[in-house]
Structures are given as C-alpha cells and as structure tokens.
Design a protein around this ligand. Structure first.
Ligand code: PCA
Length: 323
C-alpha cells in the first residue's frame, strides 16, 4: 500500500513537472485603459484561465495600447506576433461590412436587439476571421452611443460644420452625412483633441465620456442611443491549437463566462456612467423629435448603402436578425 502511494506521488510529481515545462505565457494587447470595464472583464478572463489550468496558461494583459497601437492589434494576432488580442470590431468595417453591422445607426439600439444582432452577425464574422487564421472568443458591447457637445443640439442642422471626433468608418460617414467634419481620434487622445480645438463634438458611450472626464470640455450629453458597438477578443488559431485539449477547453469556458459577464457589466455601466456625467455638471438631454427624425434619416441611408455593399452576406445577417 505504502509502495503504491509513493509511486502515486512520484507520478504526480512527474505530471506536475511536465505541466510546468509546458506552461505557456500569452501576451494580450488591448486598446483601452485598466479602468475601462472591458479591460476589467478581460483581466478577470485571464485570471479564470490561469485558475482553471492550474497556471499552465498565463495571459498577461497589456492594456491601453501599450504593446500595439489599437489599429495594429488585429494584424498582430493575425501575424502571430501575439496569440490573443482585443479591439473594437467596427474598426474592421472597411475590410468587410459584416464587421461593422453593429455600428450601423439605429439598427440595434437596446441590449435585447444588440444580442440578437450579435447572434445574426457572428457566423459571418467567424467565417471572415477564420480566413485570417483567427477565431473570435468573445464579444462585449459598449453602452448605447450618445452625443457630446458644447451646446444644446435641437436638430441635425445644429451639427453642421462641427469638428467631430470619429472612431471608425461608419461613424465617420454618419458625421459627414450630418454635415460635420470628422477626424479619427483614439480614446486616450480625446481630452487633448478637445482642448486643442481639433474636435468640438463626439459620439460615444457614457463609459468613454465619463472615463475621459467629458465635463472638462463639453456641456451637453444628448442620449440618442444610436447604436451598440462591440469589442471582440480574437485568438490566433495556430497558437490555440498548440494548447492541449484541457487548456483549450478552459479557454473556451472562460471566454463564454467573460462574454456573459461583459454584457451584464455593459448594461450596468449605462446608468452608473450617465449619472457620473450628470453629477459632474453635464446636462443630460432627451433628444428632440426633430433631431431624432434627422438622425434616423441618415441611419436609413447608411443601412441602405451597407446593404448594397454587404451583398448576400449582409442580406443573410439582416434576415437572421429580423427572425
Ligand atoms: N467607446 C469607444 C468605442 C465605443 C465607445 O463607447 C470609443 O469611443 O472609441
């Protein structure tokens, strides 16, 4: 009996050793700061993976674009420079319209619809990622996007000529169609872009507004709830296949948990961060019918244009969404 136990101990020591030898460290670039709820969620994901694999896979999160610039992250995972990374999915809208479905104005403006849209969009997105040797592990939405300005906006006309901060091709088009002048600005550069006068208005979530201390440079937040865009976490398939089966399973399970948790966090953010905007003196405005009518007209045109660009693939997404 003693003999047997000793043998067992020796065996587990050897297993432990092999696991140590095989222990992997993954670097994970992400674009947003540590205090952003997406980053908080990803830090938890990394912890969950480490715990579930007994430390055989450790993911080190490099937040705030410290390892790669936001626009470089998808390419870095594609090229295998890093095995995993996070980015704003709509950044890839200029590669394929399917990636930008969730940045179309007024297509999905509440979380139930956003969830439906993600289910409808996911097969197309996974197919596109697969062609690049990637798999989407999970995707988490930002709160509904609202309008930040230095004065009250009563109609689309009031936006004419405004220097407008943009974050992807769809938002750029939206701003142009509203008669504004868009410029691409990454989140960490928002305060400076306002203080130097490069931009004077923006559309983003209450999260990004509050994290950027928008009260330092705007006075009004109009709750237009224009769309619910998402970040996505992708893994390089080759790197993933190098993991043993149990570790792959642990990653997939932690990813599913992160997606569910992230959606909950996003919903909670909407109210708490809107309150922070108000508490710091920003006037929260319910949009006028006239403004919404004008913005919706722009949205309709954008969805129509998108339909012709996205062809059969786009039609399949919209069909799945409306079912
Ligand atoms: N924040 C990010 C993307 C959408 C959002 O709410 C940004 O403003 O760039």
């Amino acid at each position: 009996m003693k003999h047997f136990t000793l043998a067992g101990t020796a065996l587990s020591a050897i297993v432990g050793l092999t696991m140590q030898v095989q222990a992997q460290n993954w670097d994970m670039p992400t674009p947003y700061s540590d205090k952003t709820f997406h980053t908080v969620n990803i830090a938890q994901f990394a912890k969950d993976v480490e715990a579930a694999t007994g430390g055989s896979l450790k993911i080190k999160v490099h937040s705030a674009a410290s390892l790669f610039k936001h626009a470089e992250i998808s390419k870095a995972v594609r090229g295998g420079q890093v095995p995993i990374g996070e980015f704003f999915m709509g950044l890839l809208a200029n590669e394929n319209p399917a990636f930008g479905t969730d940045t179309l104005p007024f297509l999905a403006t509440n979380y139930d619809d956003a969830k439906k849209l993600w289910s409808a969009q996911k097969p197309a997105v996974q197919e596109l990622f697969a062609k690049q040797g990637l798999t989407a592990l999970f995707s988490v939405p930002w709160p509904p996007q609202g309008l930040y300005t230095k004065k009250e906006i009563k109609s689309v006309d009031d936006l004419k000529g405004m220097k407008f901060r943009s974050y992807n091709a769809s938002l750029e088009k939206f701003a142009k169609l509203a008669g504004a002048a868009p410029t691409q600005v990454e989140v960490p550069d928002i305060p400076q872009a306002f203080s130097t006068g490069r931009v004077e208005a923006m559309i983003t979530s209450p999260s990004t507004g509050a994290n950027s201390k928008a009260w330092d440079f705007v006075t009004h937040y109009t709750d237009i709830q224009a769309w619910i865009p998402k970040n996505v976490v992708v893994v390089n398939q080759k790197a993933f296949r190098k993991l043993d089966e149990a570790t792959q399973k642990a990653v997939m399970e932690a990813a599913a948990k992160a997606e569910a948790r992230g959606w909950e966090m996003s919903m909670a953010e909407t109210a708490t961060k809107t309150k922070i905007l108000a508490d710091n003196g920003i006037t929260i405005v319910k949009p006028s019918d006239e403004l919404m009518k004008g913005l919706r007209e722009i949205g309709t045109k954008m969805v129509d244009d998108w339909k012709s660009e996205a062809g059969a693939e786009g039609a399949a997404i919209l069909k799945a969404y409306s079912n």
